[in-house]
Design a protein around this ligand. Structure first.
Ligand code: GLU
Length: 491
């Protein structure tokens, strides 16, 4: 088999779409499985959509996700640069090769100059629309001779170059997921290949580049499926060997519509900012459109390389389910060491003003303990704020929590707790033995012991592990909170 070479070829739109990352992931997995190459090409032929910093942004999102490529456009020491033998890997730097291809197609009679104005094209489309036909180019300039075209170019008329599709010919190709696909050229358009600004369209550039970069498998979103027959025609006209095609199911929202920016977060960087881990995002994305044989749900990137197969990728769109993503992400947070989480969660604590930068650097061990205590219920890193509120604040208990503090055993319980913490040295022995020794001395036990203690310390019915909470609060804060509770109770 020919060496596997795949590419992820995003347009620099200013952000990295989460569905695009899924395309990158499947390309990456396919390449790794076959010991092949996975490269990154930037498709920036639409100059009207140029966005400053967009390439850096894409590279940053890919790097964060862990899908590292070793060929194409990369970021080195903060600078966008390129590695590999098939460059440039940025389309706006490859204009020469597109012009060469267009010249060849014109020369062969497989392309023609078109001088139709926007107004004329709009009129034609409007007429077709009224007649109920699919709008497409009517071939007005197809019959111009080379001399006629040249005379008009010399006279300074604006033009584009279109491909000259053969009449009434079946274009047949194989898609690894969808099987055999047949489209007749009668249902296709004479696609513009070169625009009036001298830039190629996506269709021309993608074919020229995939061929010159030796791409063996084109794995991309199904929105490109209607374009593929045009690309196949171009391959044939140019005499290039055809690659294998794989069109992936679209990532949909719950209404089965394409996941779009208008309905909320679709950018990888939004998910990152909300505190999703790359492990969680990658694992979840793999499951949109691909189902492993045994319905297993958790896979690291390495495990995905081992288990992923294209033949278990579905033909229909995959639904993006935030609850499922949250669950997957939670599984990765749960097993992450507190040490790592402390670093990852520090920005959220800082932003919520629960800790200062100084406290974060000075109370490292304490922060690690905090994370080990609260991580169990966190679905995102941002959840650290809510989950650790009980440690940072001491709200007045309400409702059921307040009722529980009315128990007749509570005054004795609080006083005994205060005395014990005040009198003994605050150390591990005190913390681990505190509740037992209060039980021994007062006879208060079980729910009557634990619940009022927790409520007195946090104002809440539920929360982090009580022993860890004592460790995290320290003696002064414990005594203060117990005394404050006494005051709330009017004692
Ligand atoms: N530049 C296209 C995009 O932004 C890629 C299409 C392809 O992979 O052929 O999605």
């Amino acid at each position: 088999m020919k060496r596997v070479r795949v590419r992820f070829a995003p347009s620099p739109t200013g952000y990295m779409h989460i569905g695009g990352l899924r395309t990158a992931l499947y390309n990456y997995l396919f390449a790794k499985q076959h010991g092949g190459d996975y490269l990154l090409r930037i498709e920036d032929t639409d100059q009207t959509r140029f966005v400053e910093g967009a390439i850096e942004n894409l590279l940053e999102a890919l790097d964060w996700s862990g899908l590292h490529h070793n060929e194409g456009v990369v970021c080195k020491d903060g600078e966008v640069t390129e590695v590999g033998d098939c460059g440039p890997y940025i389309q706006s730097k490859r204009l020469g090769s597109y012009h060469k291809a267009v010249d060849k197609l014109l020369e062969q009679g497989d392309a023609y100059h078109c001088f139709c104005t926007k107004e004329r094209l709009d009129e034609v489309r409007e007429e077709q629309r009224i007649k109920g036909n699919i709008p497409r180019y009517d071939g007005f300039c197809r019959g111009l001779t080379k001399e006629e075209a040249q005379a008009r170019i010399d006279a300074g008329e604006k033009y584009v170059v279109r491909m000259k599709l053969p009449h009434n010919e079946d274009i047949v190709f194989e898609d690894l997921i969808r099987g055999k696909i047949t489209i007749n050229t009668a249902d296709m358009d004479d696609q513009v290949l070169l625009k009036s600004d001298g830039f190629p369209t996506y269709h021309l550039a993608v074919v020229v580049d995939d061929e010159s970069m030796g791409i063996s498998h084109i794995i991309r979103g199904e929105e490109w499926l209607p374009s593929t027959p045009k690309h196949i025609c171009l391959y044939r006209m140019m005499g290039y060997p055809e690659p294998t095609y794989v069109h992936l199911p679209t990532v949909l929202n719950k209404d089965r519509k394409k996941l779009s920016k208008r309905q909320g977060d679709v950018a990888v960087e939004d998910f990152r900012a909300k505190g999703y881990l790359p492990e969680g995002i990658i694992n979840y994305l793999a499951l949109i459109g691909w189902s492993p044989e045994d319905n297993r749900e958790l896979f690291t990137l390495e495990e995905l390389v081992e288990h992923f197969t294209l033949d278990r990728v579905s033909k229909t769109g995959g639904i993006f389910d935030l609850d499922k993503l949250n669950w997957v992400n939670q599984q990765y947070i749960k097993v992450k060491p507190g040490e790592e989480l402390a670093e990852l969660c520090a920005p959220y604590l800082l932003e919520a003003e629960l800790m200062t930068a100084e406290e974060i650097s000075q109370r490292h061990d304490w922060l690690v303990l905090l994370l080990d205590t609260v991580k169990e219920g966190m679905q995102t890193l941002a959840d650290v704020v809510d989950r650790s509120m009980a440690v940072f604040t001491h709200p007045i208990p309400e409702g059921e929590a307040m009722e529980m503090l009315q128990g007749e055993q509570v005054p004795l319980l609080l006083d005994t707790l205060i005395t014990k913490v005040e009198e003994a040295e605050f150390n591990e022995e005190l913390v681990t033995g505190l509740l037992k020794s209060v039980q021994k001395e007062t006879g208060i036990k079980g729910k009557n012991l634990f619940m009022p203690t927790r409520i007195a310390l946090t104002g809440q019915l539920h929360g982090p592990d009580l022993t860890n909470l004592l460790r995290l609060l320290g003696n002064e804060e414990i005594i203060k909170r117990l005394k404050d509770t006494n005051k709330i109770l009017g004692r």
